[in-house]
Design a protein around this ligand. Sequence first.
Ligand SMILES: Nc1ncnc2c1ncn2[C@@H]1O[C@H](COP(=O)(O)OP(=O)(O)OP(=O)(O)O)[C@@H](O)[C@H]1O
Ligand SMILES: [Mg+2]
Length: 246
Amino acid sequence: MKAVEFNHVNMKYNEQYVLQDINFSIKEKDFMAIIGPNGGGKSTILKIILGLLTPDDGEVKVFGRDPKHARDLMGYLPQNLSFDPQFPISVYETVLTGRYHGLFKSYKQSDEEAVIQALNDVEMQDFKDRQIGKLSGGQMQRVFIARAIVRNPKLLLMDEPMASIDPDMQSSFYKLMSQLKDEMAIVLVSHDVGAVSTHVDKIACLNRELFYHGPVEDSARGLEEIYHCPIDLISHGIPHRVLREH
Ligand SMILES: Nc1ncnc2c1ncn2[C@@H]1O[C@H](COP(=O)(O)OP(=O)(O)OP(=O)(O)O)[C@@H](O)[C@H]1O
Ligand SMILES: [Mg+2]
């Protein structure tokens, strides 16, 4: 079964198309990156997969189901998370909310074990009692990655997870991703194709339309030709604004 399927999906905000005739699918245990300029529609696609937004036309399936009925199978790291430094919740409790079973259902010991495991995975176990708002941006990002994986999802969606992560943590991030990939499909949204290209199975470029061309080539030059993305503009982490005409 496919993890995600989009068939002829259109999405408009205020009569303006932000996604136009999007067609793609992701197999189970695939690792796919979506890159593209600001406003290209990347976060919108993730929200449609999650069932938080409903497209105007077309069909979306997540593990063969309507996205709203597949939420339990998905972990999500939203873009641009920030926290009030006074917010009275610890790192541990933040990750535990990712195991929420519904109102009036309490957490079990297996939930607690899953939280510790997830914090270990992102190397944040030493911070478990820290108030969430009193972390650095990169540390907070790692905690929210832990929150996204703590339910052992079959599909992990991450919106710019590298945004405030330093180079050391980047390599351990990709190591973690390659471990997780044995258990789940991963969709990662990023501006930085240079960082993602050697790690993912597939790259798609999104700028209202999706240019999706299958497996990743080794060289950035190959990527440029195949994916029609100006790699030189994005390989150093500089967001690109213009994708070459297809
Ligand atoms: N709730 C909304 N109402 C109206 N327009 C919206 C809304 N949300 C997003 N948009 C518009 O839809 C387009 C796509 O937005 P989206 O957030 O999906 O882009 P993105 O690729 O994630 O961009 P970024 O790289 O900046 O995160 C943008 O032009 C944005 O202004
Ligand atoms: Mg976005």
